[in-house]
Design a protein around this ligand. Sequence first.
Ligand code: SD4
Length: 345
Amino acid sequence: MLNRRKFILTSLGASVAASLFRGVAKASAPQTSAGKPVVVSTWAPNVKANRAAWEVLSSGGRALDAVVKGVQIPEADPEDNSVGYGGLPDRDGRVTLDSCVMDEFGQCGSVMALEHIMHPVLVAKLVMEKTPHVQLVGEGALRFALENGFQKQNLLTPESEKAWKEWLKRSQYDPMRSVHELEEKIKKLQLNNIPWPSAYLNHDTIGMIALDRKGNLGGACTTSGMAFKMHGRVGDSPIIGAGLYVDNEAGAATATGIGEEVVKICGAHTITEAMRRGLSPEAACKEAIRRIVKNNGEKAKNIQVGFIALNKKGQVGAFAVRKGFTYCVTLNHQTKVYEAKSWFV
Ligand code: SD4
């Protein structure tokens, strides 16, 4: 996330950066009424992922197939330091990936701490389709992937390796550091009247949920997890019910941010259950955020978690602990970026 931002901020001029988001409108209020098909993903730079998913949805494809196609875009992008190839490593310098999928039948698959495979989402899908299990971890997940024809690849890019070596000098785990650095940069950009929305530069875990033409839901979530985590650490992203949940009667939800906080409240499942009780997607996300804030008391201000949700009517909502969480919605061939409302403003 940090390097991606740095890359955009320092290597590209404002006009070039703005062109990344050409055709993307920003609205301060989240969308409340939508339709189908529709696809939603965490973080503004994932407009490209949305468009890939949209190709599947607009030709009548299944929500699951759409999200699996969509999230492969950041997985293969070396400039995205939070997902797949180019993801920042753990403190041992190892890139370990977490990913999961869930479909309209309540079927799901997940891989955790998977190394050397560029598209963990495809392995997660295969766990769902080909094994009697839901989750495979580490060595076992890798062995399963290789047995099924996936190629072993080095996922540590020179940029990520450099960032890790830099991190080693202080060796302090601070998952909010990049968030604070972003906020500082946003302040500076605003002071300098940079014309495009700086919040758009934030890039992180991709969670993607969709409703297809038939009215079925599907979701995927994929990440390299928190940068410089302990080896073996697993966050919320591959945990069904935490980082992702799809309930074809009620809705779908997915998460980004400090995974430990999402796991503690079973975030995505909490949201789909709230939608089942009749809450709007935004209200359901806010309820999950409320629990995180309550759990953390004074410390809550220093945590970032963002949720997005989608119900059976195709209504979309989001909510975050802090400002700056963006998400992409594609509907009627048009992709728009929204900034989520937040608990702390
Ligand atoms: C994790 N939730 O591993 C992921 C990281 C993330 O935005 O979403 N970063 O905890």
